[in-house]
Design a binder for this molecule. Structure first.
Ligand SMILES: Cc1cc2nc3c(=O)[nH]c(=O)nc-3n(C[C@H](O)[C@H](O)[C@H](O)COP(=O)(O)OP(=O)(O)OC[C@H]3O[C@@H](n4cnc5c(N)ncnc54)[C@H](O)[C@@H]3O)c2cc1C
Length: 478
């Protein structure tokens, strides 16, 4: 079968679905290609099951605080981790089912269930159960996501390795687990499993959950080390053992029943044969894309979402889907208008796209690790000020027994504008959004201090960091 369309979208995940909505809105012809399973990485194996696991872990952890408040009997509480995981899958199935339904609705008759690859520039061949479908498209949007990978040094214990693709399918959880990777996913899952009673050894690089602020990093490490065994800064190796897996990092070693490998994810671009479309790639297999339009230079092809390995987060996938969809639609409409020699309607927003959103990332580690705007490593030491507030300074955090919290605010000395923030705070997701709004709106130290700050709230801790910035700014020369 052969099809000719304006836009072909490969991947019915989060990014692909936002792209297709734009193509539909513009009245273009399209196909949506996905080899399945539908339901998106976020809902099936990502954001949602991981947050369900963290929620269960948080419920179970509460029992530890009870005795201090005169609540007894918690020693009789039991947890059946098989049932916990079953409940998690129920919740997950709701989200994944809804996402798959949306993909089917958006794709409708144009949804092709198969695996796509380029066979020429502007031509995709899709292998389906019914045979091959050849699709020619004026614009191609690649929204193929990414897959966890197993480093070579873990191949010998591959049969004992789990990833976030398989963890949530387990009927029960191992008693001892080694987590490989100290990024956001390794940390979230390591903490969830530890809080549920699994013995966790977490091995990773010295960069922890992506934190590059040394003061915050120290605070987070001290807190996490109180919950699980942390081996940072030494490469981990593993070998089969009679009773599981022997895990080593430097001088340290232990035996675990299984490994959760969270050592990174690779874009699913390798199987697409980009070379057949004349697209060059870097040594990492990535094409060169424009960060605003997500278009590959010199080709009518876009790479969006996790597939471009840039901002691998849900809200960035939605933003990139919209950007690429709008840009592709505007390009098709402009070409049509030019062919008909009539002034066509071209969406100005699509042809000159808006700047990217303020970066925002959240690790739901409770206290959460949040980054907004500029990172510590991106600051100009000559002009940036750093305001610090520690949890001990906040009454609400004292009530919540979360005094290990910390806020680091980055501001420009001359203008007083807020540039970025790194946080370790309970309910950090809310503080993060507040700060993203402030940075987007160009708020300053003084304008933020003029806002109402309700008492007693965690938000008040922001005012302590803002006051610190104000004092430093007053003292600064000039
Ligand atoms: C454990 C975990 C927790 C996470 N938690 C968060 C979080 O809390 N917050 C957050 O913002 N982000 C989180 N993320 C990241 C977030 O899930 C991803 O950034 C987002 O889902 C990426 O969406 P996508 O559309 O790029 O890819 P996907 O949703 O993976 O979609 C890709 C689609 O392409 C299809 N496909 C691939 N290759 C082909 C091909 N050749 N032909 C046809 N179809 C193909 C696949 O079947 C799939 O449906 C988490 C991720 C993980 C793994």
């Amino acid at each position: 079968m052969r099809l000719d369309v304006d836009v072909a979208i490969v991947g019915a995940g989060t990014a692909g679905m936002f792209a297709i909505s734009e193509a539909r809105r513009a009245g273009l012809s399209y196909v949506l290609i996905d080899h399945g399973p539908l339901g998106t990485t976020c809902a099936r194996v990502g954001c949602m099951p991981s947050k369900l696991a963290l929620h269960a872990a948080s419920l179970w952890r509460t029992r530890r605080e009870m005795a201090d408040w005169g609540m007894t009997g918690q020693e009789n509480l039991r947890i059946d981790l098989g049932q916990t995981w079953q409940r998690l899958r129920q919740g997950r199935d709701h989200f994944a089912g809804a996402a798959a339904g949306t993909a089917r609705k958006l794709g409708a008759d144009q949804l092709i269930n198969g695996r796509a690859r380029f066979t020429a520039a502007g031509e995709l061949t899709v292998s389906t159960a019914e045979g091959e479908v050849v699709v020619t498209a004026a614009q191609v949007i690649l929204a193929v996501g990414s897959t966890p990978f197993l480093p070579d040094n873990l191949q010998a214990v591959a049969d004992r390795c789990l990833t976030t693709n398989t963890l949530f399918e387990q009927e029960s959880l191992p008693a001892r687990i080694g987590v490989i990777g100290s990024g956001a996913l390794g940390l979230e899952m390591g903490l969830a499993l530890s809080r549920l009673g699994v013995q966790v050894h977490l091995a990773g690089s010295s960069s922890f959950a992506g934190i590059d602020d040394p003061v915050l990093s120290e605070r987070v490490q001290a807190s996490v080390a109180g919950e699980l065994t942390l081996w940072l800064g030494q490469p981990a190796t593993a070998e089969p053992a009679a009773d599981g897996v022997r895990l080593r990092a430097g001088e340290k070693e232990t035996t675990v029943d299984a490994l959760l490998v969270a050592a990174g994810r690779r874009p699913n671009l390798a199987g697409l044969d980009l070379a057949a479309a004349g697209i060059a790639t870097s040594s990492r297999g990535l094409p060169d894309i424009d960060p605003l339009t997500l278009k590959i230079a010199g080709h009518p092809v876009y790479v969006i979402g996790d597939a471009n390995a840039s901002r691998t987060l849900f809200h960035e996938a939605t933003d990139e889907g919209r950007r690429a969809g709008r840009h592709a639609a505007a390009t098709v409409l402009a070409a049509r208008a030019a062919a008909a020699d009539t002034p066509g309607h071209v969406n100005a927003g699509a042809t000159s796209p808006a700047p990217r959103q303020v970066p925002l990332s959240i690790t739901f580690s409770d206290p959460d690790i949040v980054h907004v705007g500029l990172r510590h490593g991106e600051l100009d030491p000559a002009t940036a000020l750093i305001g610090t507030a520690s949890g001990e300074a906040n009454g609400r955090l004292r009530i919540l027994d979360s005094m290990q919290a910390m806020i680091r605010l980055y501001a420009d000395r001359d203008s007083g504008r807020l540039l970025g923030a790194a946080l370790f705070a309970p309910a950090g997701e809310h503080l993060g959004h507040l700060l993203a709004l402030a940075i987007t709106r160009g708020e300053t130290i003084n304008s933020l201090l003029e806002l109402p700050w309700y008492h007693p709230t965690i938000e008040e801790l922001l005012t302590v960091a803002l006051e610190d910035l104000r004092r430093q700014r007053k003292r600064a020369p000039g």
